[in-house]
Structures are given as C-alpha cells and as structure tokens.
Design a protein around this ligand. Sequence first.
Ligand code: RTP
Ligand code: MG
Length: 140
Amino acid sequence: MSTPVQETLVLVKPDGVARNLSGEILRRIEQKGYSLVDIKLVQADRSLLAEHYAEHAGKPFFEPLVEFMESGPILAIRIAGERVIEGFRSLAGTTDPTTAAPGTIRGDLGRDWGSKVQQNLVHGSDSPESASRELALWFD
Ligand code: RTP
Ligand code: MG
C-alpha cells in the first residue's frame, strides 16, 4: 500500500535568505526526493504573518517573531512528497537551533543570537490541517 502524496509549506525565513542559505536548503529538500511545486520570494506584511502565526497570538515571543519575519524577504516553497509534512519537519530539526540534531537544517546551519526570537532558518507546516491552511494563505 503506498502512502499518500502530501504537500506542505516551507518558508526560508529572513535569516536564511539574508545568509544566502536558500540554495543549501533547497538542495536538502531535493536530495531527500521531495518535489518543488511552487516557489516565490515574498516580503510578508503584518496581516499575513499574524494569520500565519495565529496559534501564537498573545504569547510573549509573538511580537518579536512577527517583527523578525517582517525584517526581510522570505522564500515561500510549496513542496510535495510521501509523508512530506512530517518528513520536512524531520529535515528541519527541532525549534531551538542550539539543541537541534546535527544533520538537520537547524542543527547544522541555525543560530540563535540570544534574542527572544529563535532565528531558526525555516518553517514547516506541522499537520495536514496547518499545511492546507498555510498553503492557501501563502499561495492562493
Ligand atoms: P515553525 O512554526 O516556524 O516551523 O517552528 P516550530 O513549529 O518549530 O516552532 P513553533 O513553536 O511553531 O514557533 C514558531 C516560531 O516562533 C519562534 N519561537 N520563539 N520561546 C521563544 O522565544 C520562541 N519559541 C518559538 C521560532 O522562530 C519558531 O520557529
Ligand atoms: Mg510551528
């Protein structure tokens, strides 16, 4: 029985674009065997980011997070593959780049400069519901 092909939203956050790591991140996605479906560079505005991060509204890191995400262009990528939602989360590594496993994007390349926001290079949707909601937000 084959597993269903899914789609997920990946964002290369402003720190990743500014550090010229978009190519390295795309390389890891392609090397894993996922397909690129759509891609664009976006300067996100506050209303898009507030919707994107609605689950974090009211948390202490929400404001600094939105400010960070507004600080420069973001590369939005729609990718497809079998179990790609959990597969990309695994490629990305855990949220905090200091403790993310070596071999992952955040573990190998991510930095946390001690600000409240973890500048952890990438976002990946965390469930099928989040993926369809976020893909609609960024691509439709
Ligand atoms: P993402 O949504 O960006 O893929 O990351 P995630 O699931 O690993 O982490 P999440 O809990 O959804 O948090 C979203 C983003 O907010 C920043 N953050 N800062 N305690 C903090 O200062 C804190 N916690 C989270 C990170 O940029 C995280 O990726
Ligand atoms: Mg998240």
